[in-house]
Design a protein. Structure first.
Length: 208
């Protein structure tokens, strides 16, 4: 897996909290080389269509608007890990844009929150909702934390992200290793991956 590279650079702000007055314990602002890699190939002409599996925010929306004509926030990252028939139904009921398919998907750490069966359902549905050549961003927790908390993600730029816990801890599923992620995401092909200092791995994949 020649695409797996370790990022050794960074700044003290990676361990910083949210802005004063808006601090939440466990909040961080960090560099995001995987997001930078994803955005580096996008056109700033409003021609893209974005599906973000997290909650909407003004800052994320403003950034996407530079590139996309259609933006959808699915808000599937908060609360207990989604499972079972209700989870499968939620994915089936998620419609594509009226004028085509998505070509940018931000899945964030949703794979971490699903059991093996749920992960397969997610990838299958994303393949149905995306056009050939679509870009997929995935974040995997490699810290080994046994009881992680749900996270909310906000794009601060094309290479920085803020994340903060938005719910109580839940037991983690077995950690996803790079080779497992690569197999799981097919028909998306991992083309770049980055290991971050705080125990996360970012993956950028293309729909083949």
């Amino acid at each position: 897996m020649h695409w797996l590279r370790r990022i050794r650079r960074g700044s003290p702000r990676e361990a910083a909290s949210a802005p004063p007055g808006q601090e939440t314990p466990g909040s961080i602002e960090r560099s995001a080389p995987g997001i930078a890699a994803l955005f580096s190939g996008l056109r700033e002409d409003g021609s893209h269509t974005v599906l973000d599996m997290g909650a909407g925010s003004e800052r994320s929306f403003a950034l996407y608007s530079r590139f996309a004509r259609r933006i959808r926030f699915a808000d599937l990252l908060k609360g207990p890990p989604p499972q079972g028939g209700a989870w499968a139904a939620a994915l089936r009921d998620m419609p594509p844009p009226q004028d085509g398919l998505y070509d940018v998907v931000m899945a964030w750490n949703l794979l971490d929150r699903l059991n093996p069966a749920g992960r397969l359902v997610l990838v299958e549905r994303l393949a149905q909702l995306t056009t050939l050549g679509a870009r997929l961003y995935v974040l995997v927790d490699a810290s080994g934390e046994p009881n992680p908390r749900p996270q909310a993600f906000t794009l601060l730029g094309t290479d920085r992200v803020a994340q903060e816990p938005v719910g109580p801890p839940h037991p983690a599923y077995p950690q996803l290793l790079p080779a497992e992620v690569e197999r799981l995401l097919r028909p998306f092909e991992v083309v770049q991956a980055f290991t971050l200092r705080r125990g996360f791995r970012e993956y950028v994949a293309f729909r083949r």
